[in-house]
Design a binder for this molecule. Structure first.
Ligand code: NAD
Length: 429
């Protein structure tokens, strides 16, 4: 069976929801094509003296609402199709939360865990050397994504600065604080998803302290959402990483798990003798088992395409908060909806990251440094306003939250395109 194209799946959703929202066919057609894509081969001198080639990509999908924005992913599965899909989702996401950005995404096909720190720095800088004219503070602004972090963003900014003989902290976000990063960027994605979860629990009339939660993926997004929800009184009963997961009916102390993972670099480290986690009763589970646990809220926070026709019927959660981009394939949207599962879609649930990236860009451009309280307050306002707008649209028009988020975004992009004139204007004036 041919693998499903992630981009075709993303596009199918956009096209069908655009029709539902009565978007002009000319605008739908415009949104069906990425603006520009660059594919590069990066020759890297390895520590043992050999030369290896790595494929890199960057796609600027749509810039109707402003310079394009999106993360850079380092992962062995990175390919052009995935990068284009992710850049389309970024286009929708920035419009859902009313940021003055279009959508982009980039990545390198590499397993960064197999590189030494020096090889990783050479690769990160090589990527920016070839992309220096493609990106820019007014054009396209990268940020971290899977297996990239603030240090890598710092290397990338330094490379851009030396090529352009300038100092341009606004060319990239998610930088170390010392190099112009914003306070509050590190947990922004998880915090945004946490705020959406609280809003959903409130709107549904559920009791916060009754909630059992499973989180797939224990990285930047997954760790912070689990930590914040546990602090708020929810029970985090399952967590996984790429190696597998663990389950405890009594719930985990997220911070202890995180410390164990930092020491051992893997979830399996929690099995280690003498670890603080030894005091917790747990059983090991696979990532597939985690997705179908009988929990109140499921939070996929790893890779796309994990909920498919093979497992959708078996999902037992009452709600899904999508921190990962595209964890639910469009082919099962109806199954999930008909089961009564509330889905807070990725384009809203994980928008906290790009929102604080936007705050970082604004601070860099105006020479300001906001306090953590200021950043968190602004993020809270943005997430709650956006959640409410999507919720109200869904209620008013009888749509799912995903449909409502897309309709909101597509109307915003469509209005901006129409400001230049579409066929109607040119034919009738
Ligand atoms: P990360 O690299 O910090 O963490 C990824 C986690 O997923 C790790 O714990 C890893 O072990 C785990 N993982 C990898 N493969 C897995 C698999 N096959 N099964 C289960 N777990 C697996 O990445 P992140 O930044 O937390 O990103 C996670 C997701 O959130 C991605 O889909 C990303 O696009 C999305 N996202 C991240 C941000 C952000 O600001 N970091 C913003 C928006 C969306």
């Amino acid at each position: 069976m041919a693998a499903i194209s992630t981009f075709q799946d993303a596009l199918f959703r956009v096209r069908s929801l655009a029709e539902l929202a009565n978007i002009d066919p000319e605008i739908i057609e415009g949104l069906s094509h990425p603006k520009e894509i660059i594919m590069v081969n990066l020759p890297i001198r390895m520590d043992d003296g050999s030369q290896q080639y790595f494929s890199g990509y960057r796609c600027r999908y749509n810039s109707t609402l402003g310079p394009t924005k999106g993360g850079v992913r380092f992962h062995p599965n990175v390919n052009e199709d995935e990068i284009i899909a992710l850049s389309l989702w970024m286009t929708i996401k920035c419009a859902v939360v009313d940021l003055p950005f279009g959508g982009a995404k980039g990545g390198i096909t590499v397993n960064p865990k197999e590189l030494s720190p020096m090889e990783l720095e050479r690769l990160s800088r090589a990527y920016i050397r070839v992309l220096a004219d493609f990106i820019g503070p007014h054009r396209d602004i990268p940020a971290p994504d899977i297996y990239t972090n603030s240090r890598i963003m710092g290397w990338m900014m330094a490379e851009y600065d030396s090529i352009k003989r300038t100092h341009a902290p606004d060319v990239i976000t998610g930088k170390p604080i010392e190099l112009g990063g914003s306070l509050g960027r590190d947990d922004a994605t998880g915090r945004g998803a946490y705020l959406c979860t609280l809003e959903l629990i409130h709107k549904m009339g559920w009791n916060l302290t009754d909630m059992s939660i499973a989180v797939q993926g224990f990285g930047n997004g997954g760790y912070h959402v689990a930590r914040l929800l546990q602090q708020a009184g929810c029970k985090i009963v399952a967590i996984s990483d790429s190696q597998g997961g663990i389950y405890s009916e009594a719930g985990f102390d997220v911070e202890s798990l995180w410390q164990c993972k930092q020491q051992s670099k893997r979830m399996k480290g929690v099995y280690c003798k003498g670890s603080v986690c030894e005091i917790v009763e747990y059983k090991t589970i696979s990532n597939d088992e985690l997705l179908i646990l009988d929990v109140d809220i499921l939070i996929p926070a790893a890779l796309e395409g994990v909920i498919t026709k093979h497992n959708a019927d078996n999902i037992k959660a009452k709600a899904i908060i999508e921190i990962a981009n595209g964890p639910i394939l469009s082919e099962v949207d109806d199954i999930i909806h008909n089961k009564g599962i509330k889905v807070v879609p990725d384009v809203l649930a994980n928008a906290g990251g790009v929102t604080v990236s936007y705050f970082e860009w604004v601070q860099n451009r105006s020479g300001q440094s906001w306090t953590l309280e200021d950043v968190q307050q602004k993020l809270k306002e943005k997430m709650i306003t956006s959640f409410s707008a999507v919720w109200d649209l869904a209620e008013d028009e009888g749509r799912t939250l995903r449909e409502a988020a897309y309709v909101k975004a597509l109307r915003k992009i469509s209005n901006a395109v129409e400001a230049h004139g579409t066929r109607d204007y040119f034919v009738h004036n």
